[in-house]
Ligand binder design. Structure first.
Ligand SMILES: Nc1ccn([C@@H]2O[C@H](COP(=O)(O)O)[C@@H](O)[C@H]2O)c(=O)n1
Ligand SMILES: C[C@@]1(CO)OP(=O)(O)OP(=O)(O)OC[C@H]1O
Length: 159
């Protein structure tokens, strides 16, 4: 089997006055993430892991942050488009694993919902997605709650 691994990372600054969306799930908190799209850094890291595994350029190449078409776009739409791009090139997703680094909010109670939302967009079963949350233990700007970041890896096989 021809397997290909990819890695993705994204970070977005915390700001007031925007909704917080992570893994396609909205959190009812008084802050959100800055960005051109809905700023869902978890979904962006997953998109980059998938694109990287396929040997393709990153998310900004496909969905430029200068293009008004992507203003406030739901990142689940971007993930669905990334899935289509890699399928067109003969790849199928085997699994995805990701970690969100956030001081707040507590993500653990919503991880199942996030996995299920991401799985739908990626065309996977929920147990083909791994998802964890950790704080940055108060260290640096992530630890001071100034941003939320995510790392992801993805495995593809030739279909
Ligand atoms: N935003 C977060 C961060 C962490 N968790 C959960 O808490 C556990 C302990 O976090 P540490 O940073 O001390 O490792 C972690 O394993 C997660 O289950 C969370 O839900 N949301
Ligand atoms: C998602 C895109 C869409 O324009 O915009 P942002 O929300 O700014 O996200 P980022 O990860 O900084 O850049 C990637 C862009 O493709």
């Amino acid at each position: 089997m021809n397997l290909r691994i990819g890695h993705g990372y994204d970070i977005h600054r915390i700001v007031a006055g925007r909704p917080l969306i992570l893994g396609g799930v909205r959190f009812e908190v008084d802050f959100g993430l800055e960005g051109h799209s809905d700023a869902d850094c978890l979904t962006h890291a997953i998109c980059d892991a998938l694109l990287g595994a396929a040997g393709l350029p990153d998310i900004g190449h496909f969905f430029p942050n200068t293009d008004p078409a992507f203003k406030n776009i739901d990142s689940q739409v971007l993930l669905q488009r990334v899935r289509a791009e890699i399928r067109q090139r003969g790849f199928e997703i085997v699994n995805i694993d990701a970690t969100v680094i956030a001081e707040k909010p507590k993500l653990q109670p919503r991880l199942t919902e996030m996995k299920s939302t991401l799985a739908k967009s990626a065309g996977l079963l929920p147990d083909e997605i791994g998802l964890k949350a950790t704080t940055n233990e108060g260290i640096d700007d992530l630890g001071r709650g100034l941003a939320i970041a995510a790392h992801a890896v993805a495995l593809l096989k030739r279909s």
